[in-house]
Design a protein around this ligand. Structure first.
Ligand code: SF4
Ligand code: F3S
Ligand code: FES
Length: 248
């Protein structure tokens, strides 16, 4: 059964904007992205929204619904009461381009700062077989669709522009962890994570894990193990002794 919903949508650009109220038809089985498309078709033809697959797989339609980072195409209208006011705003952590579209290039910059997979130089194809347990460990992280909702929600950067330079965010700390745990990667990424990409700023609030549409256990399976690896190196008695003797 269809009904009319109350929507409040942020409209504007980098110079500012405001929330606009709409009353819009909702049909059974629809998601928030359907309603935004109906607004474009009937009341606001120039409303900007980024989307592509409408199947929760491209990671483009990230925004905030009632203040929660969400994929618009995976947020069912049936999760709201028919008389509930639904507010849709752009991701808060990134600069807005227009309406619901944000500039997420911060994330591409962080991705570029991570050295790529580094296997041993003399390893030939077929020389090594990975154990299933190692395959599965990195497989979880590779489900990431780069929606950047975890980056948007993490309090370290959400309202702290000044932290952005020194913090890669959960998605990219997870990428470092994925490579660090890879049995064939010979690069030591622990100093990179701790000293250059801000692993120490993460205080394990797990908000990133809560909003991940792929249900990746970012905190438990990537960030905490990475912190443990950093601690192992720092407090390893042999490393400590080596630092004392040779790095004076
Ligand atoms: Fe999105 Fe999850 Fe990947 Fe973060 S880890 S970018 S929330 S899919
Ligand atoms: Fe941020 Fe996730 Fe850590 S939300 S503080 S990166 S656990
Ligand atoms: Fe692709 Fe929503 S449109 S994830």
């Amino acid at each position: 059964m269809g009904y009319d919903a109350k929507f409040r949508v942020w409209r504007g650009d980098i110079d500012g904007g405001e929330l606009h109220d709409f009353t819009v038809q909702v049909n059974e089985g629809e998601v928030v992205l359907d309603i935004i498309h109906r607004l474009q078709a009937t009341q606001a033809p120039d409303l900007a929204v980024r989307w592509n697959c409408k199947a929760g797989k491209c990671g483009s339609c990230s925004a905030e619904v009632n203040g929660r980072p969400r994929l618009l195409c995976m947020t069912r209208m049936s999760t709201f009461q028919p008389d509930e006011l639904i507010t849709v705003t752009p991701m808060r952590t990134f600069p807005v381009i227009r309406d619901l579209v944000t500039d997420v290039s911060f994330n591409y910059q962080k991705a570029r700062e991570i050295p790529s997979f580094t296997p041993p130089e003399d390893l030939k194809p077929g020389d090594y077989r990975m154990q299933q347990v190692d395959v599965e460990r990195s497989q979880e992280f590779r489900k990431c669709i780069e929606c950047f909702l975890c980056q948007d929600t993490c309090h370290v950067v959400r309202d702290h522009e000044e932290n952005k330079e020194s913090f890669a965010g959960p998605r990219f700390l997870m990428r470092i962890a994925e490579l660090e745990m890879h049995p064939l990667d010979v690069a030591d990424r622990r100093d990179l994570a701790q000293e250059e990409q801000g692993l120490g700023l993460c205080n394990i609030t797990k908000c990133c894990t809560e909003v991940c549409p792929e249900h990746i256990k970012i905190t438990d399976n990537a960030l905490i193990p990475m912190k443990e690896r950093v601690a192992d190196k720092k407090y390893d008695p042999l490393v400590w002794l080596g630092n004392k003797l040779f790095r004076r």
